[in-house]
Design a protein around this ligand. Structure first.
Ligand code: ASP
Ligand code: ZN
Ligand code: CA
Ligand code: CA
Length: 264
């Protein structure tokens, strides 16, 4: 319970300081959290009104899910999305909804680190590393730096088109997640040139987190609810041009990052 409310407060600070956003609705609505849901419940969720955290089973899958800042900011960001773009939780728009929650989830870890708000754990590009128990190549159940490490697509050519999980919202999110990672940090697609991943794409020049989070926050909160990944590319590229200038490094890198994950 303490973790849940502490991390709600860090998330609120992050929204306020970085985006001048006043809570989920930008009008100071209460951020409500409940801990200890169910018994050994291995998940956390936003239900349209509040966050609910399970305790996890404590031995094989999760410990108390409120113990991860990226989890808390991920869930609250579903609320921000609901009050803004309202991205439909299905198919490509659902993957964008999930991805935006992962983007801000980890971006808030960097904010917390910079401001001494989470002293025991450092910021990173994995999701759930502080609460996910299985031994894994890289801790955490999703990895924005290398989505394939957790079995998720990092390129549009690998888009999952089946019916599970609302059309793969928690795996197709790997595609925009990796674009965001690349625009912040620079580089080529994590699996470029490796067996079974014959992607070729640009080497993205890093623009750093402060510019990237501004571009993606502004872009994603203004998308139409049925947006495709191609529309997310067009919108963020336009936003980058508006904020930093047409032809700026920030705009070119935003465009190249989407290109590196095969979205056009
Ligand atoms: N278990 C989901 C996840 O992995 C919860 C959510 O999407 O909010 O992110
Ligand atoms: Zn989610
Ligand atoms: Ca993380
Ligand atoms: Ca992992």
């Amino acid at each position: 319970g303490v973790d849940a409310h502490y991390y709600a407060n860090v998330t609120d600070d992050y929204y306020q300081t970085v985006f001048s956003r006043d809570s989920l609705d930008d009008n100071g609505t209460q951020m409500i959290s409940t801990a200890h849901f169910g018994k050994n419940y291995n998940n956390a969720f936003w239900n349209g009104v509040q966050i609910t955290y399970g305790d996890g089973d404590g031995t094989t899958t999760f410990r108390e899910l409120s113990g991860g800042l990226d989890v808390a900011t991920h869930e609250f960001t579903h609320g921000v999305t609901e009050f803004t773009s309202d991205l439909v939780y299905q198919g490509e728009s659902g993957a964008l909804n999930e991805s935006f929650s992962d983007m801000l989830g980890n971006s808030s870890e960097f904010y917390a680190a910079q401001n001494g708000l989470d002293r025991k754990v450092g910021p990173d590009w994995q999701i759930g590393e502080d609460v996910y128990l299985p031994k894994d190549t890289v801790a955490g159940f999703r990895n924005m730096a290398d989505p394939a490490e957790d079995g998720d697509p990092d390129h549009y050519s690998e888009l999952y088109t089946g019916n599970q999980d609302n059309g793969g919202v928690h795996s197709n999110s790997g595609i925009p997640n990796h674009a965001y990672y690349l625009v912040v940090n620079g580089g080529t697609n994590a699996r470029q040139g490796t067996a079974n991943h014959p992607h070729t794409g640009p080497n993205v020049k890093a623009i750093g987190l402060p510019a990237a989070e501004k571009i993606f926050y502004t872009g994603f909160t203004s998308l139409p609810s049925t947006a495709t990944m191609a529309e997310a590319r067009a919108t963020t590229v336009a936003v980058a041009g508006g904020l930093y200038g047409e032809g700026s490094l920030q705009q070119t890198s935003t465009s190249n990052a989407w290109e590196a994950v095969g979205v056009r």
